[in-house]
Design a protein around this ligand. Sequence first.
Ligand code: SF4
Length: 374
Amino acid sequence: MITFRELYNKIVEESWQEGASRAEEYGAEFDKSQLNCLFNPEKHPVAGEIAQCIQKSREGSVKISKDVLACMETLAVKQALAYVLIAPSFLGQFDEQVTPGMLRNAFRELGFDGMVEVAVFADILTIKEALEFDKNIITEKDYQLTSCCCPMWIGMIRRVYSDLMPHVPATVSPMIAAGRTVKILHPGAVTVFLGPCIAKKKEAREPDLKGAIDHVLTFQEAKELFELLRVDLTTYADREKENSSRAGRIYARAGGVSDAVQSTLQRLNPHRKITIKTRMADGVANCKEMMNELVQGKVAANFFEGMGCGGGCVGGPKVILDKEMAKINVNEYAGKAIYRTPIENPYVIELLHRLGFDTPESLLEDNEFFTRKF
Ligand code: SF4
C-alpha cells in the first residue's frame, strides 16, 4: 500500500528530472511551524469593542444584523478557542490592498485565535475526489458528479435528480471539513465561516453536518463587522504566507473544481486508461440543462461540476467585489501558489498525516472529518 508521503516523494523526484529550479521550491519553502495555527494556536483576548457594540445594539443606538450580532455574542463569552474559516473567494473582497496575512492579523486583534484558509481543505477534498474518480470510473459508462463545494448544486441533485445520487461521492464541503477538523482538534472551539454564500447558512444546519460551523457570515456581513468595530484592514502587517495549492485556490471560480481534480488525478495516476473528461455548468438554469442532457445520454463526459451561481462563488449573492475582478484576483492568487496540486504540497501531506490519513485508502474510508451520509 503506497502512502501519501511516498507519492509526494515520487512527485518531487520526477520534478527534479523535469528541471531543478521548480523542484528546489518544494522542500525549501516547507516550514512545519506554519501549521501551528491549527495545532498549537496562540490565544488572543477578545477586543473590548465587541462588548461595547453588543451593549449599543441592546440599547438600540446601533443597528447590527442578526447573524453578526449572534457571532459577536458568542465571541464575547468565548471560553475556548475561536477560529475564522475563510472561503477561497476572499481575495480582494474587503480592499484591493488587503492580503490574507493582513486579514489574519486583524482577526487576531478581534479575538480570534486562528484564521484557517478553507482552500487548504479544498486541497484535501480534491485529493479525495480524484481518488474517488480513480476507484469508481472503470468503464466508459461510469461518471462522477462532483460533490463537495456547492450546496445549491447538491440540493438540486437531491431534490430533482435523486436517482443520480449514487454518482455523488459522500464527501463534505471544504467549509464543513475545516469546521470539523477544528472541532476535533480543539473540542468546544468556536468556528465562524466567512464566504459569499447564503446557502452555506442552511448547509451548516443540515442534520448530518450540523455542529461543525457555529456561525456563517457573508463577506457583506464581515464588512459590517469591520465597520462596526472600526477595523481598518489596510493598517495591518502582512507577515505570514498561506499554504494552499493552486488547486484549492481556484475552487472560488467556475471550472475550478474540475481543473483541480483533473490536474491532481494526472499526478496520481498519469497512465489511466479512461481519462477524465470534464463538463461544467454555472448558474441554476445551466446546471439543470446539463443534468437533463446527462439524463438523456447526450453528454460525452465523465466528471460533472455544477456551481449554483454564475461564475461560481466569485459570483455569489453576498460578494462585495465585481465577479470579473474577483475572478482575476482568484486566478492571480492561484498563480502565486508554489504547489500546483495538493499531492505535491508538503503542508497538505503533513496535515493529512497529523489527522491520521497516511494512505489513499484511509482517505476513502468513512471518517469523521471528510465524509457524510446523504
Ligand atoms: S456557487 Fe453560489 S451557491 Fe454555490 S457555494 Fe458558491 S456562492 Fe454558494
